[in-house]
Design a protein. Sequence first.
Length: 73
Amino acid sequence: MQAKVAERGQVTIPKALRERLGITPGTILDFEADNGQLVAVKTEAIDELNALYGRFGRNRNTDELMAALRNEK
């Protein structure tokens, strides 16, 4: 399958590949160069607040901290 690079460097991933690989709107792709080839790997979005998980000595993620503050179980 081929796709043309647009003026601003954008490429449309062919629909058949998006469907086969589960690439949906909002999917994060990590791009790498590997021996002259462009490789895109699906990654999970990182919630910026959960990235701080454990940094304040509580070993709880953001959702758990908010539930505790609200006295929820």
